[in-house]
Ligand binder design. Structure first.
Ligand code: G6P
Length: 372
């Protein structure tokens, strides 16, 4: 009913708008007054976490993209090797698992069959499983050794939005907590990032307040067949997620690429007028990557692409090459997906509406895939 949708036309719009609260709720009570993380709720002791020598993340769909981003954070802040794998591939290839392997299963619903089977396989091999889940008491957290709940609230729209942002928050918490417990050379950075994370909901809100041009742009592209997405570092999984949203909702051909792979194939797809969304890393921090992406944008534009550039406020280097410029607030490099994904959700939702598609119930898709 209209009341359930809180005045929005679709659950998806409501859930996109709820993201600042979902993010804040997922952080609530997990950062103490001194700015350290307190995750006593994990039923894995700090001593056990210190022993972990490999992290393996398993998930499906949008949750898998959260896992891809988590890998960058975990390896950087903890120096523990981390693998990310589609749950549907994992248990069929005889993965190497041991008692000191921490398996992280990410699932909004907690009922995805492939993710559940992957965690059962991991536990049979003696590994500990930590679930990141949005649904209290669902099967995946019940069968795991530990659980970190996301507090997105119920997500009704089939395409995941607020659950994804909270999965990212939970992944950052796990990465930072592992770093905190184990003590790495990144201690100061970990503290600084925790402080920034505490502010991030406000930055998500800022993005939401500037989305009207993105909606206009989406409407203008309603008759296109293809949209390409490019990103690098944590922007690469963001590009994959942007493309997935467009497939799910707009039923368009959409593909995400790592920008560094451009010359190994994707550039052949560039022809006059093809819209290409580029997620640009901050010019601060890893500035080498920033400069490389700016030259990618130049290259594709010279070949006729219509460039849609998502870049941090104050990044002036992209301005000459952006046909459309979408600004996001400055964040630490690893946290950028929390702000950069939001315009892509809005873009896909508006394009779907412009094409007359059913936004909350896309054809052929289910909210939770409980069969193989
Ligand atoms: C389905 C949904 C996606 C979701 C995926 C994984 O494909 O349509 O939105 O990302 O399942 O679901 P889970 O509940 O395990 O996160």
């Amino acid at each position: 009913s209209a009341a359930e949708k809180g005045g929005y036309d679709y659950f998806m719009l409501k859930e996109i708008a709820e993201q600042p609260k979902a993010v804040a709720d997922t952080l609530l009570g997990r950062i103490d007054a001194a700015g350290s993380l307190t995750l006593d709720e994990l039923r894995i002791s700090d001593a056990e976490l210190r022993e972990v020598d490999k992290v393996v993340i398993v998930a499906c769909g949008t949750a898998f993209h959260a896992g891809l981003i988590a890998k960058y954070a975990i390896e950087h802040w903890t120096r523990i090797p981390c693998e990310v794998e589609l749950a549907s591939e994992f248990r069929y290839r005889d993965p190497i698992l041991a008692a000191r392997t921490l398996v992280v299963a990410i699932s909004q619903s907690g009922e995805t069959m492939d993710t559940l089977m992957a965690l059962r396989h991991a536990r049979e091999q003696g590994s500990k499983v930590l679930a990141i889940c949005n649904t209290n008491g669902s099967t995946i957290p019940r069968e795991s050794d530990a659980v970190l709940y996301t507090h997105a609230g119920p997500e009704i729209a089939v395409a995941s939005t607020k659950a994804f942002l909270t999965q990212l928050v939970a992944c950052y918490l796990v990465a930072l907590y592992l770093g905190q417990v184990r003590g790495t050379k990144w201690g100061d950075e970990i503290h600084a990032v925790i402080r920034e994370l505490a502010q991030i909901a406000g930055q998500v809100e800022q993005v939401l307040e500037t989305m009207e041009p993105v909606r206009e742009l989406a409407r203008s592209l309603a008759d296109r067949n293809t949209v390409l997405f490019l990103g690098r570092h944590v922007g690469y999984p963001v590009a994959l997620e942007g493309a997935l949203k467009l497939k799910e909702l707009a039923y368009m051909h959409a593909e995400g690429f790592a920008a560094g792979e451009l010359k190994h194939g994707p550039i052949a797809l560039i022809e006059k007028g093809v819209p290409v969304v580029v997620v640009v890393p901050s010019p601060r921090g890893r500035s080498v990557l920033h400069d490389k992406i700016v030259s990618n944008i130049q290259e594709i534009r010279a070949r006729g692409a219509r460039t849609i550039v998502i870049a941090e406020v104050g990044d002036e280097a992209v301005v000459p090459y952006a046909d459309h410029l979408i600004r996001v607030p400055a964040t630490p490099t690893l946290l950028q997906p929390l702000v950069a994904t939001v315009p892509l959700q809005v873009f896909a939702c508006e394009l779907a509406t412009a094409r007359g598609n059913e936004v909350d119930q896309p054809r052929n898709l289910a909210k939770s895939v409980t069969v193989e």
